[in-house]
Design a protein around this ligand. Structure first.
Ligand SMILES: [Zn+2]
Length: 80
C-alpha cells in the first residue's frame, strides 16, 4: 500500500498539470514528512551516536534518507 501510494504520487507529480501538482504537493508533503519522522522514531541514536535499531555505528535508515535527499545536480552538456 505504501509503495503504491508513493508510486502514484511520483507519477502524478511528474506528469500532472502544474495546478494539480501544486495541490498535491500542499496536501501530501506534510504526510511524507510525517512518514519519514515515524520511521526515524524507530531508529533512536544512543549517546555514542550509534543506532539502537541497526546496531551499527551509522544508522542505515538515516544514511539512505540523507542520500535520497541530496540536492539534485544539474546535468552538464558533456555528461559530467
Ligand atoms: Zn538505524
Amino acid at each position: 500500500m505504501l509503495r503504491q501510494h508513493l508510486a502514484m504520487l511520483l507519477i502524478e507529480v511528474q506528469n500532472g498539470e502544474d495546478a494539480d501538482v501544486l495541490r498535491l504537493a500542499r496536501s501530501e508533503t506534510h504526510r511524507l514528512v510525517g512518514a519519514v519522522l515515524a520511521c526515524l522514531r524507530a531508529h533512536v541514536l544512543a549517546p555514542s551516536g550509534s543506532c539502537t535499531t541497526c546496531e551499527l555505528p551509522e544508522c542505515l535508515l538515516r544514511k539512505e534518507i540523507s542520500l535520497a535527499l541530496l540536492p539534485v545536480r544539474p546535468v552538464l552538456p558533456n555528461g559530467g
